[in-house]
Design a protein around this ligand. Structure first.
Ligand SMILES: [Zn+2]
Length: 68
């Protein structure tokens, strides 16, 4: 059994998420938005939500980012 307290998991998310996850549409790198708890893909203008520390990597769950 691995000890995996929530606090550590959050740190792991911070450090590792971007190495592991790419955008399912364009396979490009994602940006982790700590405040919004989202992973954003700039080229696709999509933000993938993170729920309970688990990224939801489906395009139909993603939020469209307004053009800046
Ligand atoms: Zn993308």
């Amino acid at each position: 059994m691995l000890r995996w307290p929530n606090k550590s998991w959050r740190n792991v998310v911070d450090a590792r998420l971007l190495d592991i996850l790419v955008c399912p549409l364009c396979k490009g790198p994602l940006e982790y938005d700590k405040k919004a708890q989202e992973l954003t893909c700039r080229p696709d203008r999509l933000a993938y939500p993170i729920r309970d520390g688990i990224p939801i990597m489906w395009a139909d769950q993603a939020r469209k980012i307004e053009a800046v």
